[in-house]
Ligand binder design. Structure first.
Ligand code: GLY
Length: 376
């Protein structure tokens, strides 16, 4: 039988989102406990770490774009402070992104994207095939043209988790390597998790946030797993194949390659609605590899060092849920879908301010978790 422990904040989930919130909340003087059987072992581990608000902009998602852009702007200072606090580096690389087209349809899609980006005041530069190959000489000659987005960068998500764990420890955050069994509700308020007690519990467990015991169903955040199979290759660091993020649609399948400073290239990713399945399949692996080879024939010479499948936390409108729920004592930071690594700095600031007693700014009302749930 455990003793009851208390803290100002209990965070269920120690991925990049949970740890960033924990670090920022602890900096504001709150006592914080993170509960996670394998911190950083969920979507944060599998992600590619692309920070791509401009390349990944979608029609009708302007509020999400604004949040993504805010977070991208905060990245340099977030990284600087995190690297100072942790004494380690996180591979933040301001490398830009090149999206390329293979045929006339892809070219038309990139032209549409460029027009949409321009209408939103976002900067992107259409390039001819020759201009693409001047930037990335090892691209296949069949590339028909592209779009350069100078502002879309990357961070090494795995090093980010390591740095956050160190920074959290330095700020006094307690990380308990245990699964959250049950959220405890008493007199219509959440009072803790299992034997732990706290005036505020935050669900930051990615796609598992909607799968926790103890909560009334109408309060559970409607997150679902969206599987992404993703590969890791190693390149010759002295003669890198590419020097920036490269994306393309090959035979209708989107792919991206994210080159790290240390020679790793992250090649992703599928989008599959298969529940909590994390099987790595022969079909997806071979498609990712053959599409990548079509884009960059030199991929054939690289070492394939990891095959994996992560689960993105999808939400019904592709936007995150940030803030209090209808149940007192319970907040959510989940549903970040394809943008969890990008949105960590802003999510952490929004939640930490709320946890320290402020109201969530009306600027973020679109991301209120209660938009999906009925009042209790
Ligand atoms: N943001 C890239 C992905 O989710 O695959």
């Amino acid at each position: 039988m455990h003793e009851r422990t208390t803290s100002d904040v209990l965070l269920v989930g120690g991925g990049v989102i949970g740890l960033s919130i924990a670090w920022r909340a602890a900096q504001r003087g709150l006592s914080v406990t993170v509960v996670d059987p394998n911190p950083g072992g969920g979507a944060s581990h599998y992600a590619a770490g692309m920070l791509a608000p401009v390349t990944e902009v979608h029609y009708g998602e302007e509020s999400l774009l604004a949040l993504n852009l805010t977070s991208a702007r905060r990245y340099p200072s977030f990284v600087e402070e995190l690297e100072d606090s942790s004494g380690t580096t996180v591979g933040y690389r301001q490398c830009g992104t090149l999206a390329v087209a293979f045929d006339a349809d892809d070219r038309a899609a990139l032209d549409d994207l460029h027009r949409y980006q321009a209408s939103l005041g976002l900067s992107s530069q259409p390039l001819t095939s020759r201009e693409c190959r001047l930037l990335e000489p090892l691209l296949a000659p069949s590339v028909r043209g592209g779009l350069l987005v100078e502002a879309d960068h990357q961070v090494d998500n795995r090093r980010l988790v390591e740095a956050l764990l160190i920074a959290c420890a330095g700020a006094g955050v307690v990380v308990e390597h245990e699964a959250a069994g049950e959220i405890v509700v008493d007199r219509d308020a959440v009072v803790g998790v299992d034997h732990r007690r706290s005036p505020m519990t935050v669900l930051a467990a990615g796609c598992w946030s909607g799968d926790l015991k103890g909560l009334p169903p109408e309060v559970l955040p409607p997150v679902r797993p969206v599987k992404g199979q993703i590969l890791r290759l190693t390149d010759d660091v002295s003669r890198p194949l590419i020097s920036r993020n490269v994306r393309a649609v090959v035979r209708g399948r989107p792919i991206y390659l994210v080159p790290r400073e240390n020679g790793e290239i992250v090649l992703g990713a599928t989008m599959e609605e298969l529940g909590f399945d994390q099987t790595v399949t022969v079909g997806a692996t071979s498609e990712l590899l053959s599409d990548a080879r079509e884009l960059l024939p030199g991929v054939s010479e690289l070492a394939l060092v990891e095959t994996s499948a992560g689960l993105r936390p999808g939400s019904p409108d592709n936007a995150p849920m940030l803030g209090p729920t209808a149940l007192p004592g319970l907040a959510v930071a989940s549903g970040h879908y394809r943008n969890g690594i990008l949105l960590a700095p802003t999510t952490a600031d929004i939640l930490a301010e709320f946890l320290a007693g402020a109201d969530i700014s009306t600027e973020y009302a679109t991301f209120d978790p209660r938009r999906f749930t009925k009042a209790t």
